[in-house]
Design a protein around this ligand. Structure first.
Ligand SMILES: NC(=O)c1ccc[n+]([C@@H]2O[C@H](COP(=O)([O-])OP(=O)(O)OC[C@H]3O[C@@H](n4cnc5c(N)ncnc54)[C@H](O)[C@@H]3O)[C@@H](O)[C@H]2O)c1
Length: 385
């Protein structure tokens, strides 16, 4: 194969965004040959360009017109479409979250593992953002032992019109969660990619606090790692102007990412060693503030898409293997589950227990969702976090 014939299922906000750079020829050795969407008008512009169109994702998968599929539908369809694609011999790139809940994600990953010759990737584009790569380098080389992580990300403001724009959004049945599984999924991916998975978690999630929705739109969460490091993760879709401050403390200093500024306050000595050896009770390690410059990635999604194509054609290692999407789903699920139980939950989460709980929430939901047409949005505005 010298060129990947790519299909996309789901042509909403993000699916359309992917088609934009693909049709501009931004991805080398890749051609968008077919698309699918359940909403017929979304297919028209593609049919007009001679691209094959399908109302059903399954028909696209079995069309023989693609080598690889990008799944960009609402979350609950990711597992079934991903499994069908892989079992049909296709390479698959799954949008985040790889599945709506952990048990489904494990089913998808098990099928992918059984088909090792096909590439299975996840769209976790923050993994190529230079600011997070710098943080990863600082953690590996400079920060010492991880002590504390605080992420306040409350600038995910969403209006009532946003929630009313699609029937699946912010429902147990359509989405399986709220701000954690949707808006914060990338941050949860970063949290565990940078700091590893915590050993236990306690979420305090407010359901429909700022919007007329049944899932969580405001959360305050406590995390604890096996080495005793602790973390707080706070988010909301109802707060303006909101804050986005990511703070990581190690024994050798402190990293802060806020307002597009990355700083490292470097301790002259390891703070624990200093504490144990200092002869003065009020002494503190000397420190210096260092500004960390970082480049801006113009289209992180396209970088990951190129990596997917290169993995298919050349065996290039994936930046974001699909299986690496398990951690973020697990964190989103466990924080919500812990909140609903009213207790701390140890990880790994029992995926079946959460699936059972989620199915109860779906079965007992009485909410009838009103969907309204909203003005066309520039989704790229929501990427910079
Ligand atoms: N990586 C990112 O930066 C990013 C950004 C936004 C959304 N996403 C993810 O992408 C997915 C889609 O989000 P969105 O905001 O584009 O949603 P959306 O509601 O705007 O679009 C979903 C599309 O899927 C189509 N669809 C629904 N059921 C279908 C079916 N059975 N077969 C074919 N098409 C079907 C709908 O008609 C709609 O056009 C979500 O899982 C979301 O988490 C990722």
């Amino acid at each position: 194969m010298s060129k990947v014939r790519l299909g996309i299922v789901g042509l909403g906000n993000i699916g359309k965004f992917h088609t934009g750079y693909l049709l501009e020829g931004k991805i080398a050795r890749c051609e968008l040959t077919a698309v699918s969407d359940a909403h017929a008008p979304n297919l028209e512009p593609f049919a007009a360009r001679g691209i094959a169109t399908f109302a059903r994702g399954e028909d696209l998968i079995h069309s023989g017109q693609i080598d690889a599929l990008v799944v960009a539908t609402p979350h609950f369809l990711h597992t079934a479409l991903g499994i069908e694609a892989i079992e049909s011999g296709l390479h698959a790139m799954i949008e985040k979250p790889i599945s709506a809940h952990k048990a489904d994600a494990e089913r998808l990953c098990a099928v992918a593992r059984a088909h090792p010759r096909q590439v299975f990737a996840g769209m976790f584009q923050l993994r190529v953002e230079p600011r997070y790569l710098e943080i990863r380098r600082l953690i590996a080389e400079e920060l010492g032992r991880l002590v504390r992580v605080n992420w306040i990300i409350t600038d995910w403001f969403r209006t009532a019109a946003y929630y009313a724009s699609s029937g699946w959004r912010a429902t147990w049945k359509g989405e399986g969660g709220g701000v954690l599984l949707n808006q914060c999924l990338h941050q949860l991916d970063m949290l565990q990619w940078l700091c590893g998975m915590p050993a236990k978690a306690r979420g305090f999630c407010q359901l429909g606090q700022f919007h007329d929705i049944e899932v969580e739109d405001s959360v305050t969460c406590y995390l604890e790692w096996s080495n005793g490091a602790t973390g707080v993760f706070i988010s909301s879709t109802g707060e303006a102007p909101g804050t986005n401050r990511f703070e990581i403390i190690g024994t050798r200093g402190k990293v802060v990412l806020e307002n597009d500024r990355l700083t490292f306050t470097r301790n002259a000595a390891d703070m624990i060693e200093f504490s144990q050896t200092a002869t003065s009770g009020f002494a503190k390690p000397e420190s210096e503030l260092v500004e960390i410059a970082f480049a801006s990635e113009a289209n992180a999604h396209a970088v990951l898409m190129q990596n997917f194509v290169d993995a298919i054609l050349d065996g290039t290692p994936l930046v974001a293997p699909g299986e690496a999407g398990l951690g973020s789903v697990e964190l989103a699920n466990v924080l919500l589950y812990s909140s609903l139980l009213g207790q701390t939950v140890e990880l790994p989460l029992d995926g079946t227990a959460w699936e059972t709980k989620l199915n109860e929430l779906i079965a007992s939901s009485t909410r009838v969702k009103k969907v309204i047409a909203v003005q066309a949005e520039d989704i790229a505005k929501s990427f910079r976090k």
